[in-house]
Design a protein around this ligand. Structure first.
Ligand SMILES: [Zn+2]
Length: 440
């Protein structure tokens, strides 16, 4: 009947906040750092039958491309095109209303398009991943007519690419080593986050395989589209996910058996329906202490020894005796949720242990401040206590692929799973051993 547990609550909020900041920081850095081209090319396996969603723009036959060298200027860089000096100055003047070519950056590209006769017709400067400055020769033959300038968006080319890697230390490390960006690791962690905690569950030798849409502009990586199919093999146990639309047309990820990756919480911390002896309240009379204080949880009256189950998959972050709370188990779940189970007569898990949804984690008791055997259950989201009695009425069921869409889903599965399975991850560099045998 304890009102709410206090120990560790603030600490946990702080840790979660730091964790989130850490991930966001990583993403931010990664988004500004292109992968090393050599690594990417040598390690990335392209899925057999990988398609190009849009045809690559066909460069003009006469197009010539240079990459601006370090510490170069625009005029020095276009020296490689062997343009006459007057035209070069004319280009700088033509660009000025739109863009100052004194600001060109090393590593960016210049494209010169010539007519079949070799006369310069257009010059493109890639300003950033999404924009090109185009300078175009006048349509009239008059040599004095000015060139025109415009800044144009570069269209995406989307390709479905297969990527595989082996974990040495973390998913981030494995994804980077496969020549990809941190963002892909974040996307994978979101898909598998209901089954796995990538901060604690990753093991050296774990494997990821993914079919992902990659966007390119002028041959340069410009971001990820959606993950189409993915697999993560954790300590020999494979988890697979396929992108599919649900009844409402929304895209979601499903296991190959059609069940959703994202699973909701169970509707009760007890296997069997139990009477609620005291509800969630900010103002409740405490019968033992004899004063009002908030009761930020739900008490279920149940006989001592009744099994208590984990509301959802998670990690045990506390398991032990905590004063008024008695024997308590506290779990951390994906998505910023935590649940706590108080007054237990027995604790069946230990700190750091992973528990699955519905797993027995303890037995009902009356340890700590309790007038009789009961389970005090509390749930928090991002540190804020939620009223479970209201919450559980609104928990949407994790709906599987509906029967009417099953043929489509099965077709998708038989198309992508074999493609995924063919991806060969590079072995971990540290061990340089063959990837661990797959447990199938
Ligand atoms: Zn209580």
């Amino acid at each position: 009947m304890q009102l709410f547990w206090r120990r560790g609550s603030l600490l946990t909020v702080a840790v979660l906040t730091l964790g989130a900041a850490g991930v966001a920081g990583g993403m931010w850095i990664a988004s500004r750092r292109p992968p090393a081209a050599g690594t990417a090319a040598s390690r990335r396996a392209t899925a057999p039958g990988a398609r190009t969603a849009a045809p690559a723009a066909q460069p003009a036959q006469t197009e010539q491309r240079i990459t601006i060298p370090p510490r170069s200027t625009f005029l020095a860089a276009i020296g490689a095109f062997h343009l006459d000096a007057a035209l070069a100055r004319q280009l700088v003047a033509a660009a000025r209303p739109m863009y100052n070519l004194a600001r060109v950056q090393a590593g960016h590209q210049l494209d010169l398009v010539r007519t079949l006769a070799g006369v310069p017709e257009a010059l493109g400067y890639q300003i950033d991943a999404g924009h090109t400055l185009w300078l175009r020769a006048p349509a009239s033959a008059a040599a004095t007519a000015p060139w025109s300038a415009s800044i144009e968006a570069i269209p995406f080319v989307t390709r479905l690419v297969g990527v595989a890697g082996t974990v040495e230390t973390s998913l981030f490390q494995a994804v980077e080593q496969a020549g990809e960006h941190d963002m892909l690791a974040v996307d994978l962690a979101n898909i598998f986050g209901w089954d796995l905690d990538f901060y604690t569950d990753t093991r050296p030798g774990d494997i990821f395989r993914v079919l992902v849409e990659k966007r390119f502009r002028h041959g340069q990586f410009a971001g990820y589209g959606q993950i189409v199919a993915a697999e993560y093999v954790n300590a020999g146990h494979p988890y697979e996910a396929l992108r599919f639309h649900d009844r409402g047309g929304f895209l979601a990820y499903y296991q190959p058996n059609g069940r959703p990756m994202k699973r909701e919480f169970l509707r009760s911390p007890l296997k069997f329906d139990a009477r609620i002896s005291s509800g969630f309240s900010y103002h409740r009379w405490q019968p033992i202490l004899k004063y009002y204080r908030p009761h930020l949880g739900t008490d279920f009256a149940a006989p001592t020894g009744t099994p208590v189950q984990a509301l959802g998959a998670g990690v045990v972050i506390q398991a032990g005796r905590y004063g008024e709370d008695g024997n308590m188990v506290r779990l951390r779940h994906p998505g910023g949720y935590e649940t706590a189970y108080l007054h237990l007569s027995r604790i069946l898990v230990h700190v750091g242990e992973r528990v699955s949804q519905g797993q027995r984690i303890g037995l009902v008791g009356m340890t700590g401040l309790a007038t009789g055997p009961n389970l005090h259950f509390a749930i928090q989201h991002d540190g804020k206590f939620l009223n479970f009695e209201t919450l559980r009425k609104s928990l949407p069921p994790g709906a599987p692929v509906p029967a009417s869409l099953r043929p489509q889903f099965d077709a998708l599965r038989s198309r992508y799973l074999p493609e995924l399975e063919r991806l060969q991850p590079a072995p971990a560099v540290a061990t340089a051993a063959a990837p661990p045998a797959r447990n199938r």
